[in-house]
Design a protein around this ligand. Structure first.
Ligand SMILES: C[S@@+](CC[C@H](N)C(=O)[O-])C[C@H]1O[C@@H](n2cnc3c(N)ncnc32)[C@H](O)[C@@H]1O
Length: 190
């Protein structure tokens, strides 16, 4: 029984690593093929069921300001704006930003949804009360110091698929075959 459980955990770790490998390879090929901006993570959209679960896990309210770092076609930003929140997407790829702005306009939420073309590592995120991520393990790890330094205590962070190394999540939820993670930014050390 215990051996079976260990085997399952091992298989899950291998699957997660190979998925990350596929994401990196797809991104490198896409950037090469289009001579586009180098991406830290390729565009892979979050399924709508997972988007809803992420916003529910973060308990997004009208009073929230939601930032999606690496916002792709804008689906998380648009879903947050549909809930009445103000939402901001940051993406380094100008094509994604154009697409996201068009999508927000057709969804009728462009007054509450803003998209910034830039590097997520340089974005001004201080006003966020919720941050959403669908990146990669090493990108989450690189981002962690910025999140802890720049976000206000109490800000909720939700990640699709990948954790944040030794920063243990407050909650994890399984959505189909994927996992979403929730952290809350702690009070600053005095
Ligand atoms: C896996 S997709 C996630 C898209 C969206 N958040 C979702 O969950 O559907 C990652 C996105 O990050 C963007 N990206 C990659 N590196 C970035 C960087 N350094 N700064 C900002 N965006 C980046 C890509 O262009 C892509 O749209």
């Amino acid at each position: 029984m215990e051996q079976g459980r260990q085997g399952f955990r091992r298989a899950r770790r291998v699957m997660s690593r190979s998925f990350a490998g596929v994401l990196v390879a797809v991104g490198a090929l896409a950037a090469h093929a289009q001579n586009a901006v180098p991406l830290d993570v390729p565009f892979v959209p979050t399924p709508s069921e997972t988007v809803n679960a992420m916003l529910k896990l973060a308990d997004v309210q009208k009073s929230d300001v939601v930032y999606d770092l690496g916002s792709g076609d804008g689906r998380i930003v648009i879903a947050a704006a549909r809930r009445g929140a103000r939402a901001v997407g940051v993406d380094i790829d100008p094509q994604r930003i154009d697409e996201a702005r068009r999508n927000a306009k057709s969804a009728g939420v462009d007054e509450r949804a803003r998209f910034v073309n830039g590097d997520l590592f340089r974005a001004d995120i201080h006003e966020a009360t919720v941050v959403t991520l669908y990146l990669l393990p090493r990108v989450n790890e690189r981002l962690k110091p910025k999140l802890l330094a720049e976000l206000q205590p109490g800000t909720r962070i939700v990640s699709h698929g990948f954790d944040m190394g030794d920063w243990k999540p407050e909650r994890t939820v399984a959505v189909g075959s994927t996992t979403i993670y929730l952290w809350v930014v702690p009070a600053k050390a005095q």
